[in-house]
Write a protein that binds this ligand. Structure first.
Ligand code: GLA
Length: 530
């Protein structure tokens, strides 16, 4: 006390004393200086329950520098997706920063931007994120090791050989798939009611026969390694029997990787066993989606072809006719070799979204690879979005017309139980379906292009020609096709397949007003001489 009263007590020692008091107090009351905030640097695994008894694991490497968080989300692609955020006062928030899409048009299956936020407590992070449908997901992350984040080592792949044609889908497959509308919300009841609606709507009579369950039906494996279904699908065999009882066929989904794109169990190392399980259930169609196999095998044709051949062989060895649908987003020009793996169709692009920009970009990027389609072997620019609400009727008519001209699979992705008359009129236009299903499967070509107006044509088996005037512009505009350019001679008979009416062929050409993002679709035939 004497010392504090001393006149020699200068300001310097006062500051020192204040400092000591602070340290003593903070030690006494348990507070930590800011610099000692928990360091989140390291590897983390986030467990998010899917709501069906399964849990999705996502791995992160976090790097903390003060309040700043960087690092990588290790879920997709060999190098993962960079992340960026902050950690302050125990609160963490970060976003994944996907790389910008390439300028060259054909979109990859790009990771989306995801936001995570939550808090650190007792060595764990409780984190909240949203899936791309805006649904909130809640999970807990705990520390893990670098080794746990690494993909497994590659398994041996078969020697390349050309598999025989399985003789299925001589015209492009038609049906329904759960992903675009339901994603992880698909279950047994939804699939049964979709099969019912396929029949009651009249769609099945037009050729829509495949009812395809996409990702999120899977669970773990039993002691013998057999894949199990999660609680949304209590009995897959019974479901297949039900779909078959309606005169329809049933499809399923898996991945050559250990995890599917939604983080469920894939077929990695279980290809033969899974093919046998599908056959025993009565499955008629498999969509095989690259997903996590990307982190194990390379993007070379050699790896990709052998990887898909492995499941192709497993399917053929079951002796059950199963349509084989490759889904690896066009890697290594799959349209050049997909057939050799036993493939019946192959996705050529990343995922479609229910938006004009996505559909337009994907659809019109397909014309140059149209010559690769053959009966039984189809380019697949992804499933239809018709009726899902993100585009207007003109845009959906463009979607249906373009997919049909491309001989693309017509796999509806909407809720078949609640279709408007307009949606039905688009999906069930028999004249347009007839173009898609034309047995000659000749390639569509670009006849002329003037600004945003593109005229596509495709010769059909009976000697007639499908001709579409597409307006890719944002304003209604006039489009013209000259009859001469079709090289079909004179005396033509023309029908407008959306207006369901005949078109007069009096002049040298036909000019129509085409709505923004819309189409005029014609079938041009030789008129009878008499
Ligand atoms: C990928 C595919 C989609 C869908 C999802 C399911 O993104 O391209 O069509 O199957 O996986 O997770």
């Amino acid at each position: 006390m004497e010392m504090f009263k001393s006149r020699k007590w200068n300001q310097r020692s006062a500051r020192l004393a204040q400092c000591c008091v602070l340290i003593v107090c903070s030690l006494a009351f348990g507070a930590r200086p800011a610099a000692a905030q928990t360091d989140l640097t390291g590897y983390w695994v986030l467990h998010v329950p899917n709501g069906d008894g399964t849990v999705r694991d996502t791995y992160f490497e976090l790097k903390q520098d003060g309040a700043s968080i960087t690092g990588t989300s290790l879920g997709r692609g060999p190098n993962g997706t960079p992340i960026n955020g902050t950690f302050q006062d125990g609160k963490l928030q970060f976003k994944t920063v996907p790389p910008p899409p390439p300028a060259n048009g054909r979109p990859p299956s790009a990771p989306r931007q995801l936001t995570y936020e939550g808090a650190y407590q007792d060595g764990k992070l409780s984190l909240q994120t949203r899936n791309f449908r805006g649904e909130t997901l809640q999970g807990t992350a705990e520390r893990t090791t670098r080794e746990a984040t690494l993909p497994p080592a590659r398994l041996p792949l078969p020697e390349l050989r050309d598999l025989p044609d399985n003789g299925l889908v001589r015209t492009p497959p038609m049906g329904w798939n759960s992903w675009n509308k339901f994603a992880g919300k698909v279950d047994d009841a939804a699939v049964r009611s979709m099969a019912d609606a396929m029949v009651s709507s009249g769609m099945s009579k037009l050729g829509y026969v495949y009812i395809n369950i996409d990702d999120t039906w899977e669970d773990g494996r039993d002691a013998a390694g057999n894949i199990l279904t999660n609680r949304k699908f209590p009995d897959m065999k019974a479901l297949a029997d039900y779909v078959h009882s309606k005169g329809l066929k049933i499809g399923i989904y898996s991945s050559p990787g250990p995890k599917t794109c939604a983080g469920y169990n894939g077929s990695f190392g279980h290809e033969v066993q899974d093919a046998q399980t599908y056959a025993a259930w009565g499955i008629d169609y498999l969509k095989f989606d690259l997903c996590s196999a990307r982190n194990i095998y390379s993007s070379t044709q050699d790896d990709q072809q052998r990887l898909y051949q492995k499941m192709g062989e497993a399917l053929q060895n079951t002796k059950r006719p199963i349509v084989y649908s490759l889904c690896q987003y066009g890697v290594a020009d799959v349209w050049k070799w997909g057939t050799n793996t036993g493939g019946n169709l192959w996705r050529t692009t990343g995922d479609i979204r229910d938006e004009w920009e996505s559909m337009d970009r994907i659809g019109f990027s397909q014309i140059d690879i149209a010559p690769y389609v053959r009966p039984g072997h189809w380019n697949d620019p992804d499933m239809l979005e018709i009726g899902n609400g993100g585009m207007n009727a003109d845009e959906y008519r463009t979607h249906m017309s373009l997919w049909s001209l491309l001989s693309a699979p017509l796999i509806a992705g909407n809720d078949l139980r609640s279709m408007t008359d307009e949606t039905k009129s688009i999906l069930m236009n028999t004249d347009v379906i007839a173009i898609d299903q034309d047995a000659a499967a000749k390639p569509v070509q670009l006849l002329t292009q003037e600004g945003k107006m593109e005229i596509l044509n495709r010769p059909l088996q009976d000697g007639s020609m499908a001709v579409a005037i597409f307006n890719r512009g944002d304003e209604a505009a006039q489009g013209s096709v000259s009859w001469n350019s079709l090289k079909m001679g004179k005396n033509l008979k023309v029908r407008d397949l959306w207006k369901h009416e005949a078109i007069a062929t009096t002049g040298d050409s036909y000019t129509a007003s085409v709505p923004a993002h819309g189409v005029v679709l014609l079938r041009v035939s030789k008129a009878n001489k008499n």
